[in-house]
Design a protein around this ligand. Structure first.
Ligand SMILES: Nc1ncnc2c1ncn2[C@@H]1O[C@H](COP(=O)(O)OP(=O)(O)OP(=O)(O)O)[C@@H](O)[C@H]1O
Length: 209
């Protein structure tokens, strides 16, 4: 079953055509890896796929329906992970994640949040203001959302490995692989080589002048 599809997508930014008439689809259990140099338009593409940015032309469908016509159900089944962590630096990891789970209507207990933070090697840091954590630790807290959104069948991840050390990268790779094997669909960008033992479809965006 096709989870997400793009039809004739074109995006213009600052008078520059980033990509023109892109077509692709991602099935259940499918991984689309978007590659390209800085400024090629990867983030712009991912934002269009989430409905955060309008395309010049074309359409994005979620399970065969235009995302704008099913936006509530689409967002319930989507995790978008962008460049910004979206954390309140004055609140702790527990407070941030508890708030996020409630906002996204995910039934997750405080004990489960502690357990996941332990899995992410953040024991002892759970109740500190996020602003006191290192960049990689903050990134791990933000990524914990992937552990909690059980209603999601689609992850759209923009450079998710940024700031992570090798153990963080490995934790996240395993999480992505588990999600794919359970039938989830993933669209992601990364400037790092993706050492994931899983078949992937590649989409390479060129830098257009
Ligand atoms: N808000 C904006 N207003 C104007 N131009 C923008 C805006 N956001 C991005 N752009 C331009 O769009 C182009 C594509 O940016 P985008 O962030 O999509 O690229 P990218 O491939 O994700 O780059 P990187 O690898 O550096 O993250 C860039 O040339 C950028 O200057």
């Amino acid at each position: 079953m096709v989870v997400l599809s793009a039809h004739d997508l074109s995006v213009v930014k600052s008078d520059r055509l980033l990509f023109d008439k892109l077509n692709f689809s991602v099935e259940q259990g499918g991984l689309l890896y978007v590659k390209g140099p800085n400024g090629a338009g990867k983030t712009s593409l991912l934002r269009v796929l989430c409905g955060l940015l309008d395309s010049e032309s074309g359409e994005v469908n979620f399970k065969q329906q235009a995302i704008h016509s099913v936006s509530s159900s689409f967002h319930h089944q989507l995790v978008y992970f962008g460049h910004k962590a979206g954390l309140n630096l004055r609140l702790s990891a527990i407070e941030n994640l508890d708030f996020w789970c409630k906002q996204h209507e995910q039934n997750v207990s405080i004990e489960q949040i502690y357990q996941t933070l332990a899995e992410l090697q953040l024991v002892g840091l759970e109740e500190l203001p996020i602003g006191h954590l290192s960049a990689g630790q903050q990134r791990r807290v933000a990524l914990a959302r992937l552990w909690f959104k059980s209603s999601a069948c689609l992850w759209i991840l923009d450079e998710p490995f940024t700031a992570l050390d090798t153990s963080g990268i490995s934790l996240l790779m395993n999480k992505i692989a588990d999600f794919l094997r359970s039938g989830g669909a993933v669209v992601m960008t990364s400037h790092q080589d993706l050492e994931l033992d899983y078949p992937k479809q590649e989409l390479v965006l060129e830098y257009r002048i």
